[in-house]
Design a protein around this ligand. Structure first.
Ligand code: ARG
Length: 280
């Protein structure tokens, strides 16, 4: 191992030296070295460390439309389309979504061997960044209060003595525990977002705290009898999560995201799910 490490270090030094030489060469007017045709340093897809070679496997709680849901056995949504477009830029043509419980995503990614990336509308948070790496942000989000039609919410005190459903391990759960519990609400944790809304419809909880765009999607269908009673501006940003042991994949995803943004494909995907172009 040590020998191998030294070998790699030597190669690295050699490559850096050659690159530096090439750069110096390029800055000389009389240089004959042709300019490199590409500035990309991304590892070719074949060199990426993936659970299943040639395929990007994503871990996700797939009860989170319009970001991820399973329709007819197939994963679909904004995260699915965006990650697929990014992967393509990185030379990976197959993306597979593995349905997981949200609060197991970070430990499972860290343990390794099941999926390569978390694609689950996951908010970039300092605590999470201690455990995993995040790509550059790809979506701005906030929290919201969902209630049955006719319900109103203006302040935490409105939920005194009430039951509030949240998805375990989410930023919505933390917000509810920090802001509603002290005001006298009981915070009830559910394993996924679908269960939170089912409990709200059934009258088992009085409100659900959840990411705004997802609540907006759940309340769209009037037959559910649910409304978004309030928006809570938390200024969150979603990122794709990658193991700290896989910096090459992180770089490939960031490069891919930049290309998908630059080509306009990001806007196309955004418009497909949200009906409008993203605000810049
Ligand atoms: N953005 C929130 C968080 O990171 C909620 C994400 C929940 N995602 C999901 N696919 N259920 O905590």
């Amino acid at each position: 191992m040590v020998k191998y490490g030294k070998f790699v270090a030597l190669i690295t030094v050699a490559v850096v030296a050659v690159a530096a030489f090439a750069l110096v060469g390029c800055s000389q007017p009389a240089a004959t070295t042709p300019a490199p045709t590409t500035t990309s340093t991304a590892a070719p897809a074949a060199d990426l460390k993936l659970v299943t070679p040639g395929q990007l496997t994503a871990g996700s709680d797939t009860t989170f439309p319009p970001f991820e849901s399973i329709v007819g056995g197939v994963a679909q949504g904004f995260d699915v389309d965006l990650l697929t477009a990014i992967a393509k830029e990185a030379g990976i043509t197959k993306v597979v979504f593995s349905s997981e419980i949200f609060d197991s995503l970070i430990p499972t990614l860290k343990a390794g061997g099941k999926f390569d990336v978390i694609a689950s509308g996951m908010t970039i948070k300092p605590e999470r960044k201690l455990e995993i790496d995040f790509t550059d942000p790809y979506f701005d989000s906030n929290q919201s209060v969902a209630m049955k039609t006719g319900g109103t919410y203006t302040a935490p005190a409105d939920l005194k003595g009430k039951k509030v459903g949240v998805q375990s391990g989410t930023t919505g759960a933390s917000w509810a525990v920090e802001n509603l519990k002290p005001a006298g609400a009981t915070v009830i944790q559910f394993k996924d977002t679908a269960s939170c809304f089912a409990a709200l419809q059934a009258g088992n909880v009085d409100a659900v705290i959840n990411d705004l765009p997802v609540t907006a999607e759940y309340v769209k269908d009037p037959s559910k009898g649910l409304i978004m009673a309030a928006q809570i501006p938390t200024g969150e940003q979603y990122g794709f999560g990658v193991s700290k042991d896989n910096p090459a994949l992180l770089k490939a995803l960031n490069d891919g995201l930049a290309k998908v943004r630059a080509s306009g494909e990001y806007d196309t995907i955004y418009t497909k799910y949200f009906g409008t172009a993203p605000s810049k």
